[in-house]
Design a protein around this ligand. Structure first.
Ligand SMILES: [Fe+2]
Length: 248
């Protein structure tokens, strides 16, 4: 029997691969820098208009499929903090991004001449643990052009609590050449931009060329402004997000 809950997925992945070992690849000194509030961005138009059948934190495998998605395997980890640096547990974290050819899980976000990679989940969710940690297995994002707009590679990210969205942003690849001409990058203050630029580094010892990417999210809220999240409120979040359109 397959358990689809986020907690089951978390146990599975925490057992399979230690977040702590991956986080060890984060650059020294990153912690102090990351206590600066993470900049928020717009959600963009391509939040899934219909959620995939599988919504766990492994975007490479849909349900019990054997064939994985195409792309550079990336272990995306990090922690969620309050503005004063306290870890936030049970934060409902969502990510979504295009497949390797630049198509979203969105009917309006598909490349015309390339079929969507049916093995790529394109969207995932996770509840942060007691240390505020999250983990996704996904692909390294790629640049794309959709609706006439060219974008540098990015992974959309959102955090909710009690069924309410409290944070929305995008993770970008530090040093990627397409960042220079990107509309979002141009609009952001350079210091704020630093909070969402992420190093994608080779996973030590991986024969598959896997990558690690570690990025913390510092919310602009104190501990008292955040309420503990119950299982019931998670249901509410899932319902409300599936019913939402592509924009906030
Ligand atoms: Fe996007």
């Amino acid at each position: 029997m397959r358990y689809a809950s986020s907690s089951a997925d978390r146990r599975r992945f925490l057992n399979a691969l230690s977040i702590a070992s991956l986080a060890a690849f984060a650059p020294r000194g990153a912690f102090a820098q990351q206590l600066m509030e993470t900049v928020e961005t717009t959600e963009g138009p391509f939040y899934p208009d219909k959620l995939p059948l599988d919504t766990d934190n492994d975007l490479l495998i849909l349900n019990d499929a054997i064939t994985p998605a195409v792309g550079e395997i990336t272990h995306l980890t990090g922690r969620v903090f309050t503005s004063s640096g306290l870890p936030v547990r049970n934060a409902f974290i969502e990510i979504w991004q295009t497949d390797v050819d630049g198509s979203y899980v969105h009917t309006g976000g598909r490349q015309e001449k390339k079929p969507y990679d049916v093995n790529f989940q394109g969207y995932g969710r996770f509840l942060s643990d007691a240390k505020g940690q999250y983990y996704f297995r996904t692909i390294k994002p790629v640049e794309y052009t959709l609706n006439g707009a060219h974008r540098c590679p990015h992974i959309h990210v959102a955090v909710s609590q009690n069924g309410r969205r409290i944070f929305t942003s995008q993770f970008l690849i530090k040093g990627h050449p397409a960042n220079v001409g990107d509309g979002l990058v141009k609009r952001l203050d350079p210091k704020a931009l630093q909070t969402i630029l992420v190093d994608f580094t080779p996973l030590h010892g991986s024969k598959l060329g896997e990558l690690t990417a570690n990025v913390d999210v510092v919310l602009g809220k104190t501990y008292n402004e955040l309420q503990p999240m119950s299982k019931d409120s998670l249901k509410g979040t899932a319902k409300s997000t599936s019913q939402r359109g592509g924009r906030l």
